[in-house]
Design a protein around this ligand. Structure first.
Ligand SMILES: Nc1nc2c(ncn2[C@@H]2O[C@H](COP(=O)(O)OP(=O)(O)OP(=O)(O)O)[C@@H](O)[C@H]2O)c(=O)[nH]1
Ligand SMILES: [Mg+2]
Ligand SMILES: [Zn+2]
Length: 292
């Protein structure tokens, strides 16, 4: 058997790179039975059915270091979450949801704000103020070639996923980072200022010797299905510093007395917008539980 990495999956075929060749593979039926779908980024063992035409079968999926459902990708170290300051306007609830899911997988999170050449309402400053004490925020204009080097820095020696809504410029930015990528880009609808879902499949691309980067399809919603009510606070990492709550680790920082997180919000040591977002997601998780 040959060891390799799935770099792309289309229509039931998985494209496995063993460092030398690319094999077109089907997956063993057993995976479907076990409700285990191979993901782009998976390290796999394949058996070869046709050497000449490089066709194989995925026999075994190695244990995943990390796994995201949307975008669907395994074994990345870092997520660059990409939002545009305008066209489409950023949805911060969606940003916070992605951060929660990425933190759950222990990914390093970096926020990329694109299209700053269009920023006539200081959206960049507004978002920076909310997030920059917790996450690295990199302003980018692919059009005016601003911030490209900073993004390249983030890609060194890691496996990174570009994630974000459709139309924010993920593929455009990647094309700027490496002219050989030649990824398809699309425009943003004039009327509703939304992307047109140009990128249809996640794809891992090699960047130099030690890096890989995944371009992925844009998404417009994320549900926090697998997250428990008392777990959510762990993924708002700026709360960590404030651990003096009266109820200790049982405090979910909502209505408890002597809650140091709520105190920190009052004193502007935690951004109110992030705290409000936390409470909103907390209620959403509860309401979902009740429905089932
Ligand atoms: N003004 C401006 N437009 C940009 C910038 N970056 C990308 N665009 C435009 O935004 C549109 C969408 O770009 P894409 O790269 O296809 O966006 P995407 O995030 O890959 O979208 P999906 O593949 O649908 O998820 C294109 O028309 C780009 O030319 C930028 O920095 N400034
Ligand atoms: Mg794209
Ligand atoms: Zn508390």
């Amino acid at each position: 058997m040959i060891e390799g990495k799935i770099i792309k999956g289309i229509g039931g075929f998985y494209y496995v790179d063993d460092g030398k060749d690319l094999y077109e593979c089907r997956a063993r039926g057993i995976f479907r039975k076990e409700k285990m779908t191979p993901l782009v980024g998976d390290d796999v063992l394949i058996s070869i059915v046709d050497f000449e035409n490089k066709k194989g079968i995925v026999e075994k999926i190695k244990e995943r270091k990390s796994e995201l459902i949307r975008p669907a990708i395994a074994n990345v170290d870092k997520a660059l979450i990409v939002f545009a300051v305008k066209n489409p306007s950023p949805n911060l609830s969606l940003l916070d949801r992605f951060i929660v899911l990425a933190e759950k997988e222990n990914l390093e999170v970096v926020i990329i704000l694109t299209k700053i050449d269009l920023d006539d309402e200081n959206v960049l400053e507004e978002i920076k103020n909310i997030y920059q004490n917790t996450y690295k925020v990199i302003p980018v204009s692919t059009k005016e070639k601003i911030g490209i080097e900073k993004v390249k820095e983030e890609l060194k020696n890691s496996v990174v996923v570009f994630a974000g809504p459709s139309g924010v410029g993920k593929s455009s930015l990647l094309n700027e980072i490496d002219k050989n990528f030649n990824l398809q880009t699309g425009d943003v609808s004039e009327k509703i200022k939304r992307g047109k879902h140009t990128t249809r499949h996640a794809e891992l691309l090699k960047l130099g010797e030690n890096s890989m980067v995944a371009d992925t399809p844009g998404f417009s919603s994320l549900v926090l299905d697998d997250i428990e009510e008392d777990e959510l606070k762990e993924y708002f990492v700026e709360f960590d510093k404030f651990d003096e709550c009266k109820f200790g680790s049982r405090c979910i920082h909502e209505n408890e007395p002597n809650c140091s997180v709520k105190e920190a919000v009052k004193e502007n040591k935690i951004e109110k917008k992030r705290y409000d977002s936390y409470i909103q997601l907390l209620n959403e998780i509860r309401n979902k539980k009740r429905r089932y």
